[in-house]
Design a protein around this ligand. Structure first.
Ligand code: ZN
Length: 164
């Protein structure tokens, strides 16, 4: 299944590119009536096909071995609310950590900011990880955007429209 291979390939790239260390951050790809997501607690350098977890859009999951990333709810809520999203990448980069700690949007200081979909990159307000409140804050920050920071979560989030 090509989608499983994509999840593994890009999860490993999060490590290689120093966007997220070891098992932190998470990646998913939309698949049928749900999505395939990186598991909780497995180092990405050791990821194998059967570690990837399928989660339905109602939050139930099917897995041979693992539980889904503890941040699966964010991915689910993006797929439910953003029909154009085909993949979600959630990284813990050092730079995003430093910027998100200020809780402010990134203004259009550079043309690459436009890749987020508008003239700034918004910062989602803090809420406890895994909660519906955090998903709501992220969806607010993703209004008319494809990318946001997550305040005090040391994180960066982006969804993609994959051309098929
Ligand atoms: Zn995270």
């Amino acid at each position: 299944m090509i989608e499983v291979e994509q999840v593994i390939k890009y999860a490993k790239m999060l490590n290689f590119k120093s966007l997220s260390a070891l098992r932190s951050g998470n990646i998913s790809v939309k698949y049928k009536n749900g999505f395939l997501i990186t598991p909780s607690g497995v180092k990405y350098s050791q990821l194998e096909t059967e570690d990837v977890v399928f989660v339905f859009l109602d939050g139930k999951f099917e897995s041979l071995k693992q539980k889904p990333s503890s941040e699966w709810r964010i991915h689910k809520d993006i797929y439910v609310n953003k029909k154009e999203a085909n993949a979600v990448v959630h990284a813990h980069s050092t730079h995003a950590t430093a910027v998100s700690a200020h809780g402010k949007s990134i203004p259009a200081f550079h043309y690459m900011v436009a890749l987020a979909g508008g003239d700034d990159i918004k910062c989602a307000e803090y809420a406890t990880f895994g909660t519906e409140e955090l998903s709501k804050n992220i969806l607010d920050a993703l209004d008319k955007r494809k990318t946001c920071l997550m305040s005090n979560h040391e994180e960066f989030l982006r969804f993609f429209q994959i051309m098929k």
